[in-house]
Structure formats: C-alpha cells, structure tokens
Write a protein that binds this ligand. Sequence first.
Ligand SMILES: Cc1cc2nc3c(=O)[nH]c(=O)nc-3n(C[C@H](O)[C@H](O)[C@H](O)COP(=O)(O)O)c2cc1C
Length: 201
Amino acid sequence: MDNQSTRILSEIIQRRRTRKPAQFSKTPPPIELITELIDIARHAPNHHRTEPARFYLLNQEKIRQLGKLFGETLTGDGKDPVLVEKGSRKTMEWGEAPGILLVTCKTDKSSGLVRKNPAVIEEDYATCSCICQNLLLLLESENIATKWSTGAVWEHSNFANTIGIQDPENERVVGIIFYGYSEQLVPERSLSPLDQHLKTY
Ligand SMILES: Cc1cc2nc3c(=O)[nH]c(=O)nc-3n(C[C@H](O)[C@H](O)[C@H](O)COP(=O)(O)O)c2cc1C
C-alpha cells in the first residue's frame, strides 16, 4: 500500500475501537464539530436516494433523561435486585456521558416505493449503518472516542416523547452513539484469518 490516503484511512479504520463511555472526559467535544461531521458522514451509498437517517443530537439534559429511561427499562418491575443494580449503574453511565447522538432509520412502510420494493427497508438500514461507521471514523480521526450501543431504551413507553422522535411509526433506532474524549487505550482488534471468510476465484 503506497497510496498515502489509503494508509491514513486504513490506520483510522484499524485504530477505531469501542471505548467505555464511563471513562470519557466530562468535557464535551464542540457541537459545531460534531454537526459538521454528521453532515459529512451522510455521504454514504443509498439505493433510491431515500436519505433515511435521522439524527438527534442530545444536550446534557436530554442525555440525563435518556439515562433515566434506560435505567428504568433495565430495572423493569423492580423485583430483581440484579436488574435494579444494573439499572441504576446504567442510569449513571448513560446520564453522565459527555455526548450522545441517536441515529434512526426512517422508512415509510406504507409508501408506494416500499410496497413495490420491500427490500428498501433493509437497504435503508444498510445506508444508516454506513453513515454510523462513517461518523465513527470521522470522530476517531478527530481523536474523539465512540461507542455504538443498541441498549433497547426505545422499549420505554416515554422514549419517543422524551427524544421528540419525529415519526415514531416509521423510525427505528440504528445506533445510540456515545462520543467523547478518552485516554482509554484499546489495542487493535485481531480478526480470524481472511482465508476463512473469503473465496477468491
Ligand atoms: C449495531 C451495533 C450494536 C452495538 N451495541 C452494543 C451494545 O448495546 N452494547 C455494547 O457494549 N456494545 C455494543 N456494540 C459495540 C460492539 O460490542 C463492538 O463493536 C464489538 O465488541 C467490537 O469491538 P470494536 O468496536 O472495538 O471493534 C455495538 C456495535 C454495533 C455495530
């Protein structure tokens, strides 16, 4: 690999690791930078040009509310002390995060496009996943650590209302992206040998 762009991109892809939000610095990265990176990240392959991703960039108050909802979701009816403990731990961990971006995928299932091409539902989700990875890599390149979570906070009956989900019937959460500055060192992840997963003709 002697192309410099390829080297830089490869390095960022391999350096990105999931890091623990509990260890993020309390200082949030600048909102203008995050917004700019979200805009760039949207440049992902998108069949039918549906632009399915919706973004909810939370402030500290919304982050605290989301943490409370997740804690309550985990705690359930409060009868299991293990779940109660986990609920209060996650309320703190989520509620004190310096930055959270919620990414949803909006596909109108009653639209003519989806009725004609049901695959659009999966294709839209694929686009949103690409956008999330684009964003993780852009954040990594700015030395901002991330964690992509699918902790099922949307199961809470107050979720859509608290976050102000614009079209709850047609949006599903793709990722709860935690971001912040972090000193946590995580080594590169080793994968199984490629020849176990690749057939070349
Ligand atoms: C769609 C998706 C959902 C994830 N949800 C969670 C989650 O709910 N909780 C969690 O601890 N990690 C979650 N992760 C992070 C993965 O656990 C992590 O990517 C994996 O362990 C590989 O580590 P790496 O990201 O450092 O390469 C999620 C990742 C993806 C792509």
